[in-house]
Design a protein around this ligand. Structure first.
Ligand SMILES: [Zn+2]
Length: 214
């Protein structure tokens, strides 16, 4: 999921008197636009680091706009710190998570713990004090997938584990991960993995019979 960032070592250094740090990958046009317009919608999505000052910022930072050729981006504040950049005092990129990130982290955690229940966007929004529309949009922006995609991902992941480690019937496994309709469960499983639950079990079942009969 997380795209690689790589050091851009072939870029010429601009100032010999500043301690040289490895400059991260150059910002895209979209990222540059976000920085120029202080677009807070990109906060938490990426951070930009300024080679000449050794400081990194959130896209929404109101500090003076650096030259584009002097900046690169990191996906997380941790990566920027690891590359020896210091957090900006103004926009505090290592500070508290933003309210939206906090919200989506809470919803994800709720899904992780309640995937076997009947989960609807409306109820997730209600439990987390937001509107369904806003939750859908914000979840997609921060996690890259919709809440429904995420619920399905967790359910299929749990189903795989049960197919590998238990002797429960396929229908029972579907029911225990929140997909009580067996034909829907099988269809969704096949859509997500390319094979049926039975096929998956045959390929991955952990069998100890060999050892038992030795
Ligand atoms: Zn800043």
């Amino acid at each position: 999921m997380q795209a690689d960032w790589k050091m851009n070592s072939d870029r010429p250094s601009r100032n010999l008197y500043v301690k040289q740090r490895a400059l991260p990958e150059a910002v895209s046009d979209e990222q540059w636009k976000a920085i120029v317009s202080n677009d807070a919608a990109y906060d938490g999505i990426f951070f930009y680091a300024v080679q000449t000052t050794g400081i990194f910022c959130r896209p929404s930072c109101k500090s003076k706009l650096p030259k584009r050729e002097n900046i690169g981006f990191f996906q997380t504040a941790e990566q920027a710190l690891a590359a020896s950049f210091r957090p900006c005092k103004r926009c505090k990129p290592t500070g508290q998570r933003l309210p939206d990130e906090e919200w989506i982290a809470w919803v994800s955690e709720y899904i992780n713990n309640h995937y076997y229940e009947a989960l609807k966007l409306e109820s997730l929004a209600q439990y987390s004090h937001g509107s369904p529309y806003h939750l859908h949009r914000t979840f997609k922006r921060i996690k890259g997938v919709t809440p429904l995609d995420y619920v399905q991902h967790i359910r299929i992941k749990q189903a795989k584990e049960l197919l590998e480690k238990s002797d429960l019937a396929v229908a029972e496994i579907g029911a225990s991960v929140g997909l009580a309709n067996p034909s829907y469960f099988i269809t969704l499983f096949k859509k997500k993995t390319g094979i049926t639950p039975e096929q998956y079990r045959r390929q991955h079942k952990q069998t100890f019979e060999g050892e038992t009969f030795k």
